[in-house]
Design a protein around this ligand. Structure first.
Ligand code: 6PG
Length: 474
């Protein structure tokens, strides 16, 4: 029997993994009827049974045809399947049975290059396609993620009421924003993840100083993070760092953090940020350092071999050489530099791909719901509203903060360096800061070398034009 119009779903979702299930419950809870489809029928049935009172807003379907037929036209399909080929396969299966006005949304962690290609393919096939970045993990998907959309504006407008309703709210403002055409949303999400890697790495670095340099216990470290979470560094990542440092392992009775192997996983979005930064020639050294550190965490055997040969670090850090307040201020400085690079990368991409990215809105959409949400993002949103393309380090509020914290970052990096404590992301931040306030750099030497071996020419400080040196080498 054909379903009557009122029984039809307003939206459909494919892929009932963790993110898909939670997003579905969020959509249902916000009063939208949603049809769901999953490759494994048992998953769909169990999900529907477990949905409790929300089940009345969820239509479980067991074939793609039934799924499509249970959604009101023009249809909206959300894909929450693993990034890569599965997305392409799902799009082509849907395209065979959907109408030209139907809209397909890829809400997974797609590579923005794939999203650009899919947008083009959809365009030439006369279909509508959106790529949206969804951040906030499991909890965010269920109770309010941060959503970064990319694709045709009219497609976004068709679903913005749903996306805004299910998104996190900063005070009352929904954290769901259209970023621009084709891959803009997924690019912004990728940079979010790159920054996520850098934020996490810098926190891990100061944690390392407290643990290994200052000999602090996990519980003492937890208390420090809790205190920092009440100040300038207030953020989700500092908050959870306090929680994970304070937790006890039921099996051993030890702090959980102490029994976790120091080998970190990754799905690759941080790496994509570093790759795209290199493609665009945008400096993202703090993110790159974090990606490298994450890669190196995997080289456990080599690191152990190195320790056996060279001895463990830190070798001679004076317990009192650095204060906790200095660590906090170093982290503030590192964070400002990292975000200055992240927003710089976004500005460069915006120009390159003709997106006209809404810079202040990006900072605003990250204020709640997502993994990198923090109080500082509100100040960044204000600075970017004043000047969207200026390096964030040069915004009045951040100039002051950097002047106040620069020496602490320097002390932390110097002390760590002297005692062999690795702080790659904080060091990268300091180097970038130092380069960015050096009016006369050493690139004159590079130009001289290039001219010497390749006759590439150089500019003079005292005369216009291209010049060559008196090398007499050819
Ligand atoms: C988010 C996160 C999420 C990401 C995980 C794990 O915004 O909710 O960025 O999308 O998948 O944080 O990422 P890695 O496995 O690469 O660490």
């Amino acid at each position: 029997m054909a379903a009557v119009e009122n029984d039809l779903a307003e939206i459909g979702l494919i892929g009932l993994g963790t993110m898909g299930s939670n997003l579905t419950l969020n959509i249902a809870e916000n009063g939208f009827k949603i049809a769901v489809f999953n490759r494994t029928v048992e998953t769909t049935r169990k999900f529907h049974t477990d949905a409790g009172s929300l089940a009345q807003n969820i239509i479980p379907t067991e074939s793609l045809e039934d799924f499509v037929a249970s959604i009101r036209e023009p249809r909206v399909f959300v894909l929450m399947v693993p990034a890569g080929q599965i997305v392409d396969a799902q799009i082509s299966a849907l395209r065979k049975i959907c109408g030209p006005n139907d809209l397909i949304i890829d809400a997974g962690n797609a590579n923005f290059n794939d999203t650009r290609r899919r947008a083009k393919e959809a365009d030439s096939a006369g279909h509508m396609f959106l790529g949206i970045g969804v951040s906030g993990g499991e909890e965010g998907a269920r109770h309010g993620p941060s959503i970064m959309g990319g694709g045709p504006r009219e497609a976004w407008d068709r679903v913005s009421h749903i996306l805004e309703a299910i998104s996190a709210k900063y005070e009352t403002t929904p954290c769901a924003t259209w970023m621009g055409q084709d891959g803009a949303g997924h690019f912004v999400k990728t940079v979010h993840n790159g920054i996520e890697y850098a934020d996490m790495q810098m926190i891990a670095e100061v944690y390392g100083i407290m643990r290994d340099g200052m000999g602090m216990s996990a519980d003492e470290i937890s208390k420090v993070f809790t205190k920092w979470d009440q100040g300038t560094l207030k953020s989700y990542l500092i908050e959870i760092s306090a929680i994970v440092s304070g937790a006890t392992d039921a099996k051993s009775g030890k702090p959980v953090i102490d029994i976790i192997l120091d080998r970190a996983g990754q799905k690759g979005t941080g790496r994509w940020t570093a790759i795209e930064a290199q493609h665009l020639g945008a400096p993202a050294s703090v993110i790159e350092a974090a990606v490298v550190a994450r890669n190196l965490s995997g080289s456990l055997d080599d690191r152990r071999k190195g320790q056996a040969i060279f001895g463990a670090a830190p070798q001679n850090m004076d317990k009192n050489a650095l204060s906790i307040d200095q660590l906090e201020r170093a982290l503030i400085a590192g964070k400002i530099v990292c975000y200055a690079q992240g927003f710089g990368l976004l500005a460069k991409a915006s120009e390159e791909f003709d997106w006209d990215l809404p810079m202040p809105k990006i900072a605003k959409v990250w204020r709640e719901g997502c993994i990198i949400r923090s109080t500082m993002l509100n100040d960044m949103a204000s600075a970017l509203s004043e000047n969207a393309t200026e390096n964030l380090m040069f915004a009045p509020g951040f100039i002051e903060q950097l002047k106040d914290t620069e020496n602490d970052l320097r002390a932390v990096v110097a002390m760590s360096s002297l005692s062999g404590q690795p702080v790659p992301a904080l060091s990268a931040a300091l180097s970038y800061f130092d380069i960015m306030r050096t009016g006369r750099s050493t690139a004159n030497m590079i130009q001289a070398q290039r001219d010497f071996f390749g006759a590439h020419s150089f500019e003079r400080v005292d005369e216009d034009g291209a010049h060559h040196g008196p090398w007499n080498n050819g």
